[in-house]
Design a protein around this ligand. Structure first.
Ligand code: GAL
Length: 465
């Protein structure tokens, strides 16, 4: 009995210990569950809200379709020297090298010829309205559109879109042996459209200076990435652009002004904003009418952001350094449900590289990097932003969370023959990866840019009246 009594006691004690540890573990489990639940519900509050608006929108599903690209890299060309052959094999293994090789056998994949040009006049007859990223895109007079590094203005006074960009229809050359490929400045091209697809050439709205070599706009200099906004207070259209010399040492922004979206724009001056070097840049107009200048600075190692004055003709002293040490350029900003987003490229000149999406609750920062927004194509396409570089993001009113991502497929061998890559960009879905600031997943949805060989805006989408 004593033995069995001790046994009972043991059993009772171990049962007690068991149930105590079970209780402790249950409590820990419960706490963990509670924590997980609160995290999940916090995220759902934000994301569920967006999904409701975005993923269920039938027009968005149409834009989200992706296409794969199966590109065969051609075998190496015959070379006499075995070393050259080895080099060649190594090089051709990489699609970016193939893209940059003017003599590549698959050049037509990246730069389809005039035979496949997209012609809006014929297209309208066929009811087409399809975008073909990378194909030559003709204006209503049948000429290739010249609006590189461009930006879009929606003019509410005329219910018209204006596309401004670098008019690069001149010979490509290098100012000196190690200089970047360039085209003399011709000016800023402007095209107008009611449907974002049929573009009428409105001519050169800001022209280069032909004789005065000390003028910022002298043809031997650099004018890139022009962007235009309308100032409701002054009634003026204001253009900001990157102004440089052929060696990119002037690193300034230029400002021009006009009474009409179609110009002519009067060039006012250039400046180094906040006293800093400024190369790739853009401007962004917020809902409250405040316009911000965003530019790559400190030798492209970081971006700077700050508001413009009320007349949009100067910067205010307030400026924040963002994405410090990240070496980003070609910024393109947009806003969705109170959050600011930005797509940028890396700094590899005319060569394509990986895009990144960033987000911020306040436009002045902090900005967090979310990851590569590109979806579809193939891995190399995604790692090279579909062989293009960001320039602008156009909102599509009426389709919440949907935008057109505007990018340039540069052709450094013949810059005038660079192409446009326009693709649907959607805000929605879970983010790519945990971020630095909040030690976990941010409340922001993913930014996705979907590859399509051919796509169109939903036929029911109309320019708002
Ligand atoms: C890129 C930049 C372009 C142009 C080019 C010149 O990095 O985004 O706008 O400046 O360099 O090589």
């Amino acid at each position: 009995m004593a033995i069995s009594g001790t046994g009972n006691l043991h059993r009772a004690l171990s049962g007690y210990r068991c149930s105590r540890s079970a209780m402790v573990w249950s409590l820990v489990g419960l706490l963990l569950l509670l924590q997980l639940y609160s995290l999940a519900s916090r995220r759902n509050v934000v994301r569920g809200d967006i999904q409701l608006h975005v993923s269920r929108h039938p027009l968005v599903r149409e834009l989200e379709q992706v296409e794969e690209e199966n590109i065969q890299v051609p075998p190496p060309k015959k070379k006499k020297s075995p070393h050259a052959a080895k080099r060649r094999r190594k090089r051709s293994a990489n699609l970016i090298d193939e893209f940059l090789d003017e003599n590549s056998q698959i050049r037509h994949v990246f730069f389809p010829d005039m035979k496949s040009a997209v012609d809006p006049v014929k297209g309208v007859e066929n009811g087409s309205h399809h975008y073909y990223p990378g194909k030559i895109w003709l204006d209503t007079e049948g000429n290739p559109i010249q609006a590189h590094g461009g930006g879009m203005l929606y003019d509410e006074r005329s219910n018209t879109y204006y596309w401004y960009g670098e008019y690069k229809d001149g010979p490509t050359y290098r100012a000196h042996k190690r200089g970047a490929a360039r085209v003399d400045v011709i000016g800023v091209g402007c095209y107008s459209s009611k449907d974002l697809w049929t573009w009428k050439n409105q001519g050169i709205v800001l022209a280069a200076e032909q004789t005065n070599e000390t003028h910022d706009l002298h043809k031997s200099n650099v004018l890139e990435r022009p962007k235009v906004v309308f100032n409701a207070k002054t009634g003026k259209y204001v253009m900001w652009m990157h102004i440089d010399d052929a060696n990119y040492t002037k690193a300034s922004v230029g400002i021009a002004i006009s009474d009409y979206p179609t110009g002519p724009f009067e060039y006012l001056r250039s400046q180094r904003p906040h006293g800093f070097d400024s190369r790739d840049m853009t401007i962004f107009k917020d809902d409250d009418g405040v316009v911000y200048l965003i530019y790559s600075s400190q030798d492209n190692s970081e971006l700077h952001i700050g508001p413009l004055t009320d007349d949009y003709l100067d910067v205010q002293p307030d400026m924040r350094r963002i994405l410090i040490g990240q070496h980003r350029e070609a910024p393109a900003l947009f806003k969705y449900q109170g959050t600011y987003y930005m797509v940028t490229s890396g700094c590899t000149g005319w060569a394509p590289n990986e895009a990144l999406a960033h987000a911020a609750e306040s436009i002045m920062g902090p900005w967090e990097t979310m990851g590569n927004p590109c979806i579809g194509g193939n891995k190399m396409f995604r790692l090279a932003t579909f062989f293009a570089q960001s320039t602008f993001v156009v909102p599509l009113p009426g389709i919440p969370g949907s935008y057109i991502f505007m990018a340039d497929r540069w052709n450094p061998a013949e810059l005038r023959n660079s192409r446009y890559v326009w693709l649907p960009l959607i805000v929605g879905g879970p983010p790519d990866r945990p971020l630095e600031y909040n030690f976990g997943f941010p409340p922001w949805p993913r930014v996705s840019i979907y590859w399509h060989k051919k796509w169109r805006l939903p036929p029911s989408w109309k320019v708002s009246k």
